[in-house]
Design a protein around this ligand. Structure first.
Ligand code: 16G
Ligand code: ZN
Length: 534
């Protein structure tokens, strides 16, 4: 194996002077810099699989909402979760090893982690639609072959589909089986659960889905073939921005990130007033809704609004199922969640809110501490996770009334409809459609549940962003010294004011967020705090 690794690695030299880091969402950068990184991620996957006794590890090649010339790679653990924290550091070490030291570092990890070379290594992988994908896959395969790993190429998939398949592969034939190990199995599971969750309820009109010209397009076309047409128990989906042949159109003037940051619909959207619209990102793990209000113009229904919608619906079902005493429901947010949404969850829904640092892995982890954990980042990345106790209660609770039986049935359906491994735009969309149909709500009624505080996000270029160290889920700065006190002083002068500064995990910048009772105060606060950071 040593010789094979050496020979293969010579085909994938590391660019000198480059420092790589396994960040919030894996390695991500300009695609032309990634060849050696992807090769070495293949080596890590082999180590990780062997360390876990031959369980299957997933690898996704994508750069999500980033421009077409970027790409990225991340590892998925056996149950479909993000890679365990300590292994991010091992991945970083291996990615940064000089070519001549690579084998030494690899063997060092083998020894340190007590990895047995005789144990089988199993890997599955997929990629999004980027032009750079196939070449990066070849680098990956070189590593998998050199390490004697068994592997399956799932070609094009959304990120959440790869997470789903990783979990299905590892639970196949066990009582915890998560579903059939195939892309078809994914569509069947979702579409069957959707019919059960809808219970003949009606969707109104169409929902326009902007696929960011990414992999979500072809996959949504596929899913639609499995869904019932018409309003009763089905949904009419109008797909836009599904061109995956024009590479440069990916995430260009469309997609969840564009809509969220520009606060407007993609120019290609032809949806009329009050019509439901949503946008996915480039790998379909994020979704946001929006509509045009004839009176107030463009209205965004972001991750916070999806979380509150899901928490209110599932909270009601749990009460109707008479499980409130047994099951703990909670919502997990980050510091970016609008203060009005946090207040709504705590005061109106009467549910606890936990706050974590930015990044799905933190939210997901915190959500598993509840029996029903609803987590969403404001940018639209999220899902709902159910504990084993909750799943058992949904199955075994004896209903004493038809209403209670119906609630239990809907909860069981939701547990299948909602992707338990990671935020999934396609599954989240069907969840939102289900809830709006049950509540017979228009997007306007959903929007009116609470009113967002005006807010502003500013990107601040600084000399060294690593000087900005935070605590309290990124809500307070501990360094540079004295800065937090200055921010506090500014915030205290503003009604309903809140502001924080944190180093970005994906870009070389500091981000400042501010919210306040009025637009003017929010803008002013953001620009003053940004000024302090410069
Ligand atoms: C990554 C995260 C995303 C987070 C973003 C923050 C995952 C899969 N993705 O893209 O959830 O919102 O980073 O970026 O965890 P920032 O650190 O640059 O603000
Ligand atoms: Zn994404």
């Amino acid at each position: 194996m040593d010789d094979k690794i050496l020979a293969a690695s010579s085909k994938h030299p590391k660019p000198v002077d480059r420092v790589f880091q396994y960040g919030t969402a894996g390695f991500r950068m300009k695609a032309n810099l990634l060849d050696s990184v992807v090769f070495r991620v293949g080596l890590v996957a082999a180590l990780r699989s062997r360390k876990l006794g031959g369980q299957t590890i997933g690898i996704m090649i994508t750069a999500s909402h980033n421009p077409p010339e970027d790409n990225g790679v991340k590892l998925v653990d056996p149950m479909g979760e993000m890679l365990e924290n300590s292994w991010e550091a091992y991945s970083t070490d291996l990615a940064n090893a000089k070519d001549e030291d690579l084998l030494k570092v690899y063997k060092g990890l083998e020894e340190k982690l007590k990895v047995n070379r005789e144990t089988p290594a199993r890997v599955i992988y997929a990629r999004d639609t980027r032009a750079s994908g196939p070449a990066l896959v070849r680098a990956l395969v070189d590593a998998l072959q050199a390490t004697g790993s068994e592997y399956t190429d799932y070609k094009l998939l959304t990120t959440p589909q790869l997470h789903y398949l990783t979990r299905c592969t590892n639970t196949e034939g066990t009582p915890q089986s998560y579903g059939e190990v195939s892309e078809k199995g994914y569509y069947e599971k979702l579409s069957e659960a959707f019919v059960r969750a809808m219970k003949g309820k009606k969707t109104v009109g169409t929902v326009t889905v902007d696929c960011a010209n990414g992999v979500g397009g072809p996959k949504l076309h596929e899913l639609v073939k499995y869904l019932k047409k018409g309003s009763e128990g089905g949904v009419d989906i109008k797909i836009i921005n599904d061109d995956v042949l024009k590479a440069e159109s990916l995430n260009h003037e469309c997609g969840a990130d564009f809509v969220k940051t520009k606060q407007r619909a993609p120019p290609t959207s032809k949806a009329g007033n009050n019509e439901r619209c949503c946008s996915l990102d480039g790998d379909a793990d994020r979704i946001i809704y929006y509509f045009n209000d004839p009176e107030h113009g463009f209205r965004l229904l972001d991750g916070d609004k999806i979380a509150t919608l899901a928490a209110s619906f599932i909270g009601d079902l749990v009460r109707e199922a008479r499980l409130s005493d047994e099951l703990k429901i909670g919502v997990v947010q980050t510091a970016y969640a609008n203060g009005a949404s946090t207040k709504y969850v705590e005061k109106s829904l009467g549910l606890p809110v936990a706050c974590t640092p930015t990044g799905v892995k933190w939210l997901h982890h915190a959500a598993t501490k509840f029996d029903v954990g609803v987590y969403f980042e404001a940018n639209g990345h999220g899902t709902v996770v159910f504990s084993p106790q909750a799943l058992k209660a949904f199955r075994t609770k004896d209903p004493e009334s038809p209403a209670q039986a119906a609630a239990l049935e809907t909860l069981r359906a939701l547990a299948d409809l909602i992707n338990q491994t990671v935020g999934d735009a396609l599954s989240d969309m069907l969840l939102v459609e289900t809830i709006l149909a049950h509540k017979t709500w228009t997007p306007r009624e959903w929007d009116l549940t609470y009113v967002d505080l005006p807010n502003r996000l500013v990107r601040v270029e600084v000399k060294n962003r690593y000087l900005f160290k935070t605590t309290d889920a990124e809500r307070k700065l501990v360094e540079p010294q004295g800065l937090q006190e200055q921010i506090d002083a500014l915030v205290s002068k503003v009604r309903d004011g809140r502001s924080f500064a944190r180093a970005s995990g994906t870009e070389d910048a500091v981000r400042v967020y501010a919210e306040a009772a009025t637009r003017g105060e929010a803008d002013d606060l953001a620009s003053k705090v940004a000024g302090l950071c410069r």
